[in-house]
Design a protein around this ligand. Structure first.
Ligand code: IPE
Ligand code: IPE
Ligand code: MG
Length: 231
């Protein structure tokens, strides 16, 4: 066995893909795939917390996902609404701190109120920080940072100025980005933060993702030789 190169990642980001294909493979409607996907989210949060991961970013809904049929968007928003209720009840006991990255525009007033209540009420929790990428697009995020710098009157910006104006500037860049379902692309996820991330692609569909799969991804990451441009 080659030597382990890296310690446990502090921040893991996951592109949770494959709910629709999971449903099709089981002869079920896509909504059933999203429901199973929500179960996989619960499992993954528990697993990450048990493993001592500090930050977990989950890509839950992209700015491009609005192009899906209205019925599917409705299913996803209802599922999100219920998930926010559930975390409002359980986040304290599990010590999760919930943050959200994304645009507020187009989300319903009800969802926005639940997001605000949940982020406020878990702000002091010290366990796993869960960053939900919701109505998230990386180009939108960089544009958001850029516009805040312009409003502040900056004439010229450094990379660190830009990083400080992203949605969640205190979260370190993810050392590891996982994408399920066999697709190998970013789909407008964390373009800025992924500059030196390690990628792990697995054919496993998101509803089938388990603690063991997370462990495999972490083990693969720990063997990678990260060079950051050096030798
Ligand atoms: C991921 O599963 C969930 C979201 C993007 C909201 P998909 O719904 O993209 O599933 P596939 O890619 O169609 O299998
Ligand atoms: C990326 O998955 C977005 C989320 C997982 C929320 P998509 O299924 O939307 O990505 P594409 O369309 O295959 O690139
Ligand atoms: Mg998909």
């Amino acid at each position: 066995m080659p030597d382990t190169q890296n310690s446990l990642p502090r921040h893991i980001a996951i592109i949770m893909d494959g709910n629709g294909r999971w449903a099709a493979a089981h002869g079920l409607p896509r909504s059933a795939g999203h429901r199973e996907g929500a179960q996989a989210v619960r499992r993954t949060l528990e697993a990450a917390r048990e493993m001592g991961i500090a930050y977990l970013t989950l890509y839950a809904f992209s700015t491009e996902n609005w192009s899906r049929p209205p019925e599917e968007i409705d299913t996803l928003m209802k599922l999100l609404d219920r998930t926010l209720d559930e975390y409002q009840k359980s986040a304290h006991q599990k010590d999760y701190r919930i943050l959200v990255s994304g645009e507020r525009e187009r989300l319903s007033a009800g969802i926005l109120a639940k997001i605000d209540a949940l982020t406020r009420s878990t702000a002091q929790n010290k366990g796993l920080t869960v960053n939900l990428a919701l109505n998230y697009g990386a180009r939108q995020e960089i544009t958001y940072a850029f516009n805040r710098l312009l409003k502040a009157g900056l004439k010229e910006a450094t990379p660190s100025d830009i990083a400080k104006h992203l949605y969640q500037p205190e979260i370190p860049d993810p050392e590891l980005i996982i994408r399920t379902s066999g697709e190998e692309r970013l789909s407008n996820f964390l373009l800025w933060q992924a500059a030196y991330s390690e990628f792990y692609f697995t054919p496993v569909l998101w509803p089938d993702f388990t603690k063991e799969e997370l462990q495999k991804a972490i083990d693969a990451y720990r063997m990678r030789k990260r060079r950051f441009g050096g030798i």
